[in-house]
Design a protein around this ligand. Structure first.
Ligand code: GLU
Length: 327
C-alpha cells in the first residue's frame, strides 16, 4: 500500500528564481530531499498537480484534488498527502474536510522556510505528514494539517504567524496529536462532523459569491450597499463576541432578509455569543435580525462552508444546521 502525494507548489517547493519566474520543485524533488522517507516502507506515488503560490488555489481545484485522491484510495493507497503553500492551507484543509468521504487520513502540509534557506522545514514536515497518512491511528479524523510535528484538525487550525515555523495552531482546542520519535500519537479524537452533501460543480461555485466583511472602528458600512445584488451570501467578521456598530445592525438585518448572513468573531479565538448583550448591534440583536450563528468557526472557514453549501443548493434550514455543528 502506497501513500499518494499530490503537489500544489508553495514555499515547500519554491527553490529560488529564474529569469522567467519562480523555480519550483517537483514531487520527485521533494521526496528525494527527505531522509527517512524510504524507511516508511510505503512507496510514495507522486502526482504533480500544479506548482503555484497558494493564493492562486481555488475551491474547484481542491475539489479536483479530492476526486483524484479518492481515486488513489480506490486503487489501494493507505492515505493522502498534499503539499501546498501555507497561506491558504487553513481554508483548503477545511474544504477537504467538508467533502472527504473516506476514513483514510488526508494530510495537508507545507513549509515556512523555502528550500534555499538554512533550516528548511519542508522535508521534516513532509516526512511527518507521510507518517500520519500511513497511521491507522489517524483514520476517521477527516482532513489533518501536519507541520512542526503537530497534528491539527482542519476545523480548528489557524495560520497564526507570518513567518514562524510554529505558525499553525488550533487556538480553541489545541493540536489533536503529535509526531514523536517518528511515532504518530493521537491525543484526542474529535468526532467527525457531517460534511457538505453533494458535489459543488465549478459553474455553481463560480455563480456563488460569498463576501467576507470585517467590521472596523468608525465603520460606515458603505461597502455593504447593494451587496445582495452581487453576492449570494455574506460572512461578517464582527467585534469580539459578535458585535457591530449600531448603525450597521439594520443594514445587516436587511441583507439577512435576502441572503444568508453568518455572524463570526474577528478575534481569532472563541465563539460568538447568543444572549449576553442586548443593545442594537449586539450578538442577540443581530441574531434576532436573522443573522446565522457561526459559533466557533473563524470567518475564513465560515466563508468556505457557506460557499460550498450555497453552491450545492442547500436551503436556509440546512445552512443553519451546518453551522450549528460548530457551536
Ligand atoms: N507563502 C506562499 C504560499 O502560501 C508562497 C508563495 C510562493 O510559493 O510563491 O503559497
Amino acid at each position: 500500500m502506497s501513500v499518494a502525494l499530490f503537489t500544489l507548489g508553495g514555499t515547500i517547493a519554491m527553490a529560488g528564481h529564474t529569469v522567467d519566474g519562480v523555480r519550483r520543485l517537483t514531487g520527485a524533488d521533494l521526496t528525494a530531499a527527505v531522509p527517512g522517507l524510504a524507511d516508511l516502507g510505503r512507496p510514495i506515488d507522486v502526482q504533480d498537480v500544479e506548482a503555484v503560490a497558494s493564493a492562486n488555489l481555488t475551491l474547484a481545484k481542491m475539489l479536483d484534488v479530492v476526486d483524484a485522491a479518492s481515486k488513489a484510495i480506490s486503487n489501494g493507497a493507505t492515505g493522502i498527502v498534499v503539499t501546498q503553500g501555507t497561506d491558504t492551507l487553513e481554508e483548503t484543509a477545511f474544504v477537504v474536510d467538508q467533502v472527504w468521504p473516506h476514513s483514510h487520513p488526508f494530510v495537508l502540509t507545507g513549509a515556512m522556510r523555502n528550500p534555499t534557506l538554512a533550516g528548511h522545514d519542508g522535508p521534516a514536515n513532509l516526512l511527518a505528514a507521510a507518517r500520519v497518512a500511513c497511521s491507522p491511528a489517524a483514520r476517521d479524523l477527516g482532513a489533518l494539517v501536519v507541520l512542526n510535528d503537530e497534528i491539527h484538525a482542519a476545523r480548528w487550525v489557524r495560520k497564526t504567524h507570518s513567518t514562524s515555523t510554529a505558525t499553525f495552531a488550533s487556538p480553541n482546542a489545541g493540536s489533536i496529536g503529535q509526531v514523536v520519535e517518528g511515532q504518530v500519537r493521537i491525543l484526542t479524537r474529535p468526532a467527525r462532523q457531517d460534511g457538505v452533501p453533494g458535489r459543488a460543480e465549478p459553474a455553481d461555485l463560480d455563480a456563488t459569491r460569498v463576501a467576507l466583511y470585517t467590521v472596523t472602528l468608525d465603520d460606515d458600512g458603505l461597502l455593504l450597499d447593494g451587496l445582495a445584488d452581487t453576492h449570494q451570501g455574506l460572512v461578517v467578521a464582527a467585534y469580539g463576541v459578535g458585535h457591530v456598530p449600531s448603525a450597521l445592525a439594520p443594514v445587516l438585518g436587511a441583507l439577512a432578509e435576502r441572503i444568508p448572513v453568518v455572524l463570526t468573531s474577528r478575534t481569532g479565538g472563541g465563539s460568538v455569543l447568543r444572549h449576553t448583550y442586548k443593545s442594537v448591534g449586539s450578538e442577540s440583536d443581530l441574531l434576532g435580525r436573522g443573522l446565522i450563528d457561526g459559533g466557533f468557526l473563524d470567518p475564513y472557514k465560515a466563508r468556505v462552508l457557506l460557499r460550498l453549501l450555497l453552491a450545492t443548493g442547500e436551503g436556509h434550514d440546512e445552512i443553519i444546521a451546518a453551522f450549528a455543528q460548530h457551536h
